[in-house]
Ligand binder design. Structure first.
Ligand code: ADP
Ligand code: MG
Length: 542
């Protein structure tokens, strides 16, 4: 009809569809997890809006229905959630809002096959996974609070159509026209098994229709409310995987109940691998806030940005069920919960840091993120410093600031650091020759963030932290070991000649006891950015 509008997909969507459909073929069943998760989110969002009167109330016991129809070869996922207006359909299902195809492609190429399915969810491309099993997808949706419904339809190639439609109630129906080789997804048993595997912890009812009857497919209990003694390791792991679209084992699981001044339950996980969104995405913590089991929001910033890799749920008794966004901003309860939860995570890290090997796995994933806290969080700066680990010119593996202090030479006045692009290159740098010759250890910093935090921290246990490229480091007081003292050359005549020759390029030339084999080395001024920082600023176009 002439009311049907045809739209091109954003350029990225076409390529992305191709990738999703081909690269993830063997993990096709996760399309159902993605669509059910979207439906459950939509129900949660409607319930939240209904609290403030912005949306009509949800029907009692409202859930997600999954309806296979073998004769029509369709699978329908239907929810009474928030729905999408016409513009939402075009925006949410026609473009890729959160992240680009290039980053996705790259991660997909680098990922082990077993990690690939988790990338779909992490990149916010969940909806498109429908095209792994469907040759055509039709979405009929009505936004809560509106009378209008719209039909979005596509075969997953270059374009989609939008046309007016009807729907008796607010919500969304997603109809998949199942591909010839995907019959299994028309079998109620198969669908129930997928739900149990991937979506058991969704707290709203999920129903699979079999022989015309509604059959509950998920357990739907709030796992965190059960006593610890009743939860198996596997249940924890499943919940973790469900929450973060992860496929690995959590590195740490924290589950506790706080009573007294505050009343809340928290179930938090530190991932065993690095989720893409944590590294490349937004900086806000996405730990979910529930009030008496009911999901409220994942935008309450329950942890500081430098702990954003922690995933999980905080469920409190201390807020009313009809808490509004404004109230969330203003209430002191959240600030207190935030403080308690942050403290608990820090204690856990401190304890687990005692096991060097296990801690190294954590550090290699999230160390750079933790360092952001030194830069921006004065309150936790000192505690974070104790959790830092470094490559070093003197020892293999990772070392801490406390270990460095224990190895300092008699007369050594500072903790010496050198920042650059890779620890291997730094270990060979002429900058550390003199230090090595005197047996003075230098910490090798090769994360981007390393250009920033050392100056903020300033010192550790009263020993100043100094970049060895900054100004004239005085090593004369360090007691040299046998055969470690080099012979000072007479350079008094050379210095003025060099100064004259280089006057347009350098601000100062002077003798140094930093070098052993090399003849010259570049140094940064005493105050201001060190050499690595200067290079970074230059690259950033300054
Ligand atoms: P993500 O869920 O990570 O945002 P998806 O590709 O799964 O990415 O979905 C894109 C967007 O489409 C969602 O953020 C949501 O706004 C919208 N959406 C998808 N399914 C539904 C639904 N059943 N009801 C309402 N909105 C939906
Ligand atoms: Mg989704």
């Amino acid at each position: 009809s002439d009311t049907v509008e045809r739209h091109e997909f954003g350029a990225e969507v076409g390529r992305l569809l191709d990738l999703v459909v081909h690269a993830l073929y063997s993990d096709r069943e996760i399309f159902l997890r993605e669509l059910v998760a979207n439906a459950a989110d939509a129900v949660d969002r409607r319930r939240f809006e209904a609290l403030t009167g912005a949306s009509p109330a949800l029907p009692e016991g409202a859930g997600v229905r999954i309806i296979p129809d073998k004769d029509a070869r369709t699978l329908t996922i239907s929810d009474p959630g928030i729905g999408m207006a016409k513009a939402d359909l075009a925006e949410n299902l026609g473009t890729i809002a959160r992240s680009g195809t290039r980053a996705f492609t790259q991660s997909l190429a680098e990922a082990k096959p077993g990690d690939r399915p988790s990338l779909i969810g992490q990149f916010g491309v969940g909806f498109y996974s429908a095209f792994m099993v469907a040759e055509r997808v039709e979405v009929t949706s009505r936004r809560a609070g509106s009378e209008e419904a719209w039909l979005w339809a596509s075969e997953g190639r270059g374009d989609y159509t939008l046309a007016p439609a009807t729907r008796a109630e607010p919500g969304t129906d997603i109809v998949l026209h199942i591909k010839a080789d995907a019959d299994e997804f028309l079998e109620p048993f198969r669908l129930q098994a997928i739900i149990r595997k991937w979506a058991d912890h969704i707290t709203i009812p999920i129903i699979v229709v079999r022989d015309g009857k509604d059959e509950p497919a998920n357990e739907g209990t709030a796992l965190w409310r059960k006593p610890k003694s009743e939860i198996s390791e596997e249940s924890y792991t499943e919940f973790y995987r469900h929450l973060g679209h992860m496929f690995d084992e959590p590195w740490a699981t924290l589950h506790w109940h706080a009573e007294g001044a505050l009343d809340f339950t928290a179930l938090l996980f530190i991932p065993g691998m690095k989720p893409f969104q944590v590294v490349e995405g937004e900086r806000e913590s996405r730990v979910r806030l529930h009030v008496r089991r009911m999901f409220i929001t994942d935008e309450a910033s329950l942890l500081p940005p430098w702990l954003r890799f922690v995933q999980g749920v905080v469920d409190t008794e201390d807020l009313p069920l009809n808490v509004s966004r404004e109230m969330l901003q203003a209430t002191p309860v959240l600030a207190r919960i935030r403080r308690a939860v942050t403290g608990r995570v820090m204690t856990e890290l401190k304890n687990r840091a005692k096991d060097a090997e296990a801690y190294a796995r954590f550090w290699e994933n999230f160390g750079p993120i933790l360092k952001e806290g030194i830069w921006e969080d004065a309150e936790h700066r000192k505690d974070i410093a104790g959790l830092l680990r470094f490559r070093s010119s003197a020892v293999e593996g990772w070392t801490s600031l406390a270990d460095y202090l224990s190895r300092m030479k008699e007369g050594q006045e500072a903790i010496y650091v050198l920042a650059g692009d890779s620890a291997e290159a730094l270990a060979r740098s002429p900058q550390i020759e003199g230090f090595r010759a005197r047996g003075v250890e230098v910490l090798l910093l090769s994360d981007q963030i390393d250009a920033f935090w050392p100056e903020r921290l300033g010192s550790f246990e009263e020993k100043p932290i100094r970049s060895i490229t900054q100004g004239s480091v005085d090593l004369s007081k360090v007691v040299a070991g046998e055969g470690e003292q080099g012979e000072a050359a007479d350079i008094a005549k050379l210095v003025p000649l060099l100064k004259d020759a280089l006057k347009e390029h350098v601000s100062e030339v002077r003798g140094t006891d930093r070098l052993v084999d090399s003849a010259v080395v570049l140094a940064a001024p005493e105050h201001g950015p060190d050499l690595h920082m200067q290079r970074l600023l230059q690259r950033a176009g300054r």
